[in-house]
Write a protein that binds this ligand. Structure first.
Ligand code: AMP
Length: 442
């Protein structure tokens, strides 16, 4: 594989910092650009951020990639993928690791994803689609509990669980009448409410073969014990013991394989990172959602565990073909476990207070086995300050989940402070309840 590569990463959050960290580690790479990036990302080795080049400026990104002779582009967030950035780059011969606009509908339209799964019997919750608010409300009310979901992108906030008639009325009002998520709420999916434990299963795919990553578990609600409103994600750990070796096989055979085969059969082959949000029910795994990119924060705990160089895999995705030896070898992982705790600003997930001085980053930088990913920070007058809702993802690796929990909560997080900072205290606890010694899925 070519050495001295120039790689462009698109996005500006903790996931993109994790991606830049992985890519800058690669001996194949001489320069990493991140558009727009953030001040934390710009501290990474070999890395230069482009703060004026936003993730939705598809033409600007393409012009930059062309004129700077970028060898590979990797897209962090979903919106540019759903808007068709891969088609635009590919049309001028630029290599980019992600799905086409048509294939990105797996995330861009819940109606598309659900109808696709129904057509091919890929296990998911029962559902109905509505474009009429009254009919949607009548159906949901008659079949409680249900989950009401906006069809299009909604920044992770478009799925509203409803246990009462009143909750249904509020959900429909917000999505279809008030148009809180704009045209994403023109249609809704009203879905059976599933009970079980959630897990995230991500694979890298060239359209034909899929290489699974370690399973992870996100924590969406803002408060401990999964209480309070949903956020972008307050922490994650890997590997997730709920995804056993046997379950991995079931997921690959009944979900990943059929999805890739059927997407090809429908002439919209899916190449990229396929993120499968699962509910592990008593009757087996059910797909809650597809995402068309790495999870944030789920990628963060994978960084200290990943031993392989990720760049050849990303090149394989962009080429639409993984070399045979790559498939044989797969991805190599560290034996241990990692836990990522998201530290957030006062006000988040509502409007966050920003510009607070962050103390302690220098102390944590010296700690063995701890990585701090920057999601919403900036440097002003030589000081680190908060610049968003989710500010940092503090990630620790240990020999197992209890050890990683201990390092992150006892040693790392307490060293970092700012006014109004808050975080969850129970990331990883679900793994302990299950017995963390279970053999992991890979
Ligand atoms: P989604 O964007 O579809 O993944 O939904 C966001 C969150 O809502 C999920 O992570 C689950 O916690 C919850 N959720 C979504 N669909 C269901 C369902 N059918 N049953 C129970 N909870 C769900």
């Amino acid at each position: 594989m070519k050495k001295g590569m120039k790689v462009l990463v698109i996005g500006s959050g903790g996931r993109e910092d994790a991606l830049v960290t992985l890519i800058s580690r690669s001996p194949l790479v001489s320069q990493v650009y991140c558009a727009p990036g953030n001040d934390g990302i710009s501290q990474r080795p070999k890395t230069h951020c482009l703060p004026k080049l936003k993730a939705d400026d598809l033409w600007g990104l393409r012009d930059f990639a062309k004129s700077s002779q970028i060898d590979l582009t990797v897209v962090g967030p979903e919106a540019p993928l759903v808007a068709g950035i891969v088609d635009g780059f590919a049309a001028v011969g630029l290599k980019i690791a992600g799905p086409s606009k048509a294939a990105a509908q797996l995330e861009g339209s819940k109606v598309f994803a659900k109808e696709f799964m129904e057509r091919y019997k890929i296990p998911t919750a029962d559902f109905m689609v509505f474009d009429d608010p009254d009919r949607a409300a009548r159906y949901a009310t008659a079949n409680l509990p249900r989950v009401v979901k906006a069809d299009g992108l909604a920044g992770g906030k478009g799925a509203i669980p409803c246990k009462t008639e009143e909750e249904v009325a509020i959900a429909i009002q917000r999505i279809m009448i008030n148009k809180e998520f704009k045209e994403s709420g023109d249609r809704v999916v009203v879905e059976e409410f599933l009970v079980g434990e959630e897990a995230t299963f991500m694979v890298l795919t060239d359209g034909w073969d899929a290489i699974p990553l370690l399973s992870t578990q996100d924590h969406k609600p803002i408060f401990d014990g999964d209480q309070g409103p949903n956020t972008g994600g307050m922490g994650a750990y890997a590997p997730a013991p709920v995804v056993t070796t046997a379950l991995t096989k079931v997921i690959m055979e009944t979900i990943v394989g059929p999805t890739l085969d059927r997407m090809r059969a429908e002439k919209i082959p899916y190449k990229g990172i396929l993120y499968i949000g699962l509910m592990i029910t008593r009757d087996g795994p059910r797909v809650l959602e597809f995402n068309v990119r790495f999870g944030d924060p789920e990628l963060q705990p994978l960084v200290p565990l990943l031993q392989s160089d990720i760049v050849p895999f990303l090149v394989g995705i962009a080429n639409g073909e993984f070399p045979e030896e790559m498939l044989e070898e797969g991805i190599k992982w560290d034996e241990g476990a990692a836990v990522c705790v998201v530290m957030a600003s006062h006000g988040y997930p509502g409007t966050p207070e920003i510009n607070k001085v962050i103390e302690g980053l220098d102390k944590v930088a010296e700690m063995e086995g701890v990585e701090v990913f920057h999601a919403g920070t900036k440097i002003e007058d030589g000081l680190w300050k908060t610049n968003g809702g989710r500010v940092l993802g503090v990630t620790a690796k240990g020999k197992d989940i209890p050890a990683a929990i201990d390092i992150v909560y006892q040693k790392a997080v307490p060293l970092i402070t700012w006014e109004g900072e808050h975080h969850r205290h129970d990331i990883g606890q679900k793994a302990l309840r299950r017995g963390f010694k279970t053999k992991m899925g890979l």
